[in-house]
Ligand binder design. Structure first.
Ligand SMILES: [Zn+2]
Length: 585
């Protein structure tokens, strides 16, 4: 039981003071007697609708508006439908018809982190104004809209006042992770969860022209209320140019006009400069970029009141759909170009370029703070004072390729690792199954120095290795898989299968059995064998003597000394630490 003192002091999080705000976007709130008012509006943005309330509201809307259709993308572990709303003037409600439509389609996803639920409430208001409300009905003349109001449905129903300690409302919110305590926004590549399998299947089937994932930030205090962006280093350069050059200016001016303060994504407290990061594809917008669906990440600012955040998100949705309707042809063309290009080598990691003479600067809209020594942490304490201040800040873009891999024609997967082929298929990749055994000239990786992480991460023990190439002719039995990289998802296939990539199945720990040694030699066998080997091979003897002389740990370890010989016999497992997926030569 909680003590009274605990309850009194800790039930409300002492957030820094809010900045005053009275944006023009307040005009967009429904009148109290509106039939289509949302729970958030009705409660003065204190509450957000439950899953049940949301479903009921959407079903009523679909009855009242023939251009609205509800579909289920799949079920959560606790059995809830993950609902998607489709809004199409011409009632194109199937993937086939919507993909062929001349009008571009915006796909918005809310509540991947269920406590960060601004996108749901903004999206419901937006649906109203596209349809029965009528304010923005004309947007549907030029674009279609798909919307998942609550992606992490089980997390959304794990609701309490204590879901988001750093966030200013709503009063009761859901939880970040799903019912298995897995973070859906780390699952785009490995596809462990039912929810993400449903989402990735939807992206593959419906192929939206623009994908938006809406969150709420944590981190430092600043003036921006709506921040948005995309990766600095990219797999889809043409469409990213459209996002940067066409979409971003339109969104910034729409948000300014309605009294909001748009800003770039702020990943940490930018004291010494702002780094525009390149996220790995386990994250939504990075995954979209990798499979050539133009994608953006939205983070409203957690310390802004809920009303301000929802209205800012609503303005952002309106402006995005409008811009897509007006300029979507260029984006479709750019995405097509990105999808058809076959970069060689394939970039898999990025860094900030070494310091250049011209440092890019920005006026950062900060909030005044003071620091003092802390008796609590023993370090420094920061207090935000609620006063806006503008600071010049250096900007660093993580957009220089630091690691890339030569593009192979195809990967070969033996049938024993069919589960990996299955996951590639879940992404929508084409995988060919071989009906007869084949000898293939390949490059394979020997994975030296595996380092396993000490703590589990997202249900996995991650591992990093030093891959070393071996040229081999390898026999692939009937039932093996050949995965060509000459396909729209070729870059994704490469990133998932190359062990050097941080989001590879290997690094996520799907191949741990190959690191086990499963056969061994008794010392009474190795000893006489070693004597024979030393007598027959003077070079081996001098290598052994040199190790004894120079490597103290080796000299002290009976195990290592015996293994020196055993590992050189044909009895030692030649496939130990051999990554079973091969690159066709
Ligand atoms: Zn989030």
């Amino acid at each position: 039981m909680l003590s009274l003192a605990f309850a009194a002091w800790c039930a409300v999080a002492p957030l820094p003071p809010p900045l005053p705000w009275n944006g023009k976007s307040r005009e967009l709130i429904a009148k109290p007697d509106s039939r289509w008012i949302t729970v958030a509006e009705k409660t003065g943005f204190h509450a957000t609708s439950t899953y049940e309330q949301t479903v009921v509201w959407l079903k009523q809307l679909a009855l009242a508006a023939p251009e609205v259709r509800l579909v289920s993308l799949g079920r959560s572990p606790e059995g809830r439908d993950i609902l998607m709303v489709i809004v199409s003037r011409d009632r194109l409600f199937t993937p086939e018809t919507l993909q062929r439509a001349a009008r571009p389609t915006l796909f918005v996803q809310a509540g991947i982190h269920a406590g960060e639920i601004d996108g749901k409430d903004a999206g419901l208001m937006f649906l109203r104004e596209l349809t029965v409300g009528g304010r923005w009905r004309s947007l549907l003349d030029k674009a279609n809209f798909m919307f998942v109001p609550i992606f992490n449905v089980d997390g959304h129903e794990r609701a309490s006042q204590y879901g988001r300690i750093n966030q200013r409302g709503p009063d009761v919110v859901g939880w970040r992770t799903n019912a298995q305590n897995l973070n859906l926004n780390r699952d785009y590549t490995k596809l462990d969860t039912d929810e993400m399998r449903a989402m990735v299947a939807a992206l593959d089937r419906w192929r939206p022209d623009l994908y938006m994932d809406i969150h709420v930030s944590d981190g430092s205090d600043y003036q921006y209320d709506v921040t948005f962006g995309w990766n600095a280093g990219v797999h889809s350069p043409r469409s990213t140019r459209w996002l940067e050059g066409t979409l971003a200016p339109a969104l910034r001016s729409a948000l300014h006009a309605m009294g909001h303060i748009p800003g770039p994504l702020i990943p940490e407290d930018p004291v010494n400069g702002l780094t525009m990061v390149t996220l790995p594809p386990r994250f939504s917008n990075a995954y979209g970029d990798l499979r050539h669906i133009p994608s953006m990440l939205v983070e409203t600012h957690s310390l802004k009141p809920y009303e301000q955040r929802v209205l800012g998100t609503l303005v952002l949705l309106q402006s995005t759909l409008q811009t897509l309707g007006l300029e979507g042809v260029a984006l479709k063309r750019a995405a097509m170009y990105d999808t058809e290009s076959r970069p060689d080598p394939v970039p898999i990691d990025w860094r900030v370029p070494p310091a250049s003479a011209n440092i890019e600067m920005m006026d950062y809209l900060a909030v005044e703070s003071r620091t003092s020594p802390s008796t609590i942490s023993g370090s420094t304490r920061t207090e935000y004072l609620g006063q806006p201040v503008t600071r010049p800040l250096a900007v660093y873009r993580q957009n220089e390729v630091s690691l890339s891999i030569p593009r192979t024609k195809a990967y070969w997967i033996p049938p024993a690792w069919g589960s990996i082929a299955d996951r590639l298929k879940m992404h929508g990749g084409s995988v060919e199954r071989i009906s007869e055994a084949r000898d293939v000239a390949v490059d394979m990786y020997r994975l030296d120095n595996p380092k396993f992480e000490a703590e589990p991460f997202e249900g996995h023990t991650r591992v990093a290795t030093t891959p070393r190439i071996e040229h081999r002719t390898e026999r692939f039995p009937a039932g093996s898989y050949r995965v060509s990289t000459e396909q729209p998802l070729g870059d994704l296939v490469t990133v998932l299968l190359e062990p050097a990539s941080s989001d590879s199945f290997l690094q996520w720990g799907f191949f741990h059995p190959i690191f086990q040694r499963t056969e061994y030699s008794e010392a009474y066998v190795t000893e006489p064998m070693a004597e024979q080997m030393l007598a027959a091979d003077p070079a081996l003897k001098s290598e052994f003597d040199r190790r004894l002389a120079t490597d103290e740990a080796f000299r002290a370890s009976a195990e290592q000394r015996l293994d020196f010989f055993y590992s050189r016999t044909p009895f030692a497992d030649p496939r130990w630490r051999l990554y079973p997926i091969a690159r066709e030569r």
